[in-house]
Design a protein around this ligand. Structure first.
Ligand SMILES: [Zn+2]
Length: 57
């Protein structure tokens, strides 16, 4: 079974319950980046997301 990419926004932004989980890395990054930008007004690069926020599960 393929591993999945998961972003638990609560770990980055207190009080946010948003969770992204996808087996498709591109999709996980797109959704995570879009959420961070639209909801939190923060622009993260893929490297920042990978380093700080995305987990593989
Ligand atoms: Zn959030």
């Amino acid at each position: 079974m393929a591993e999945a990419y998961k972003l638990d926004c609560e770990a980055a932004e207190a009080d946010c319950r948003f969770i992204v989980q996808s087996e498709n890395e591109e999709e996980a990054f797109d959704l995570a980046r879009k959420h961070m930008s639209e909801v939190h007004g923060k622009d993260y690069t893929d490297d920042e997301l990978r380093a700080d926020h995305l987990q593989t599960v």
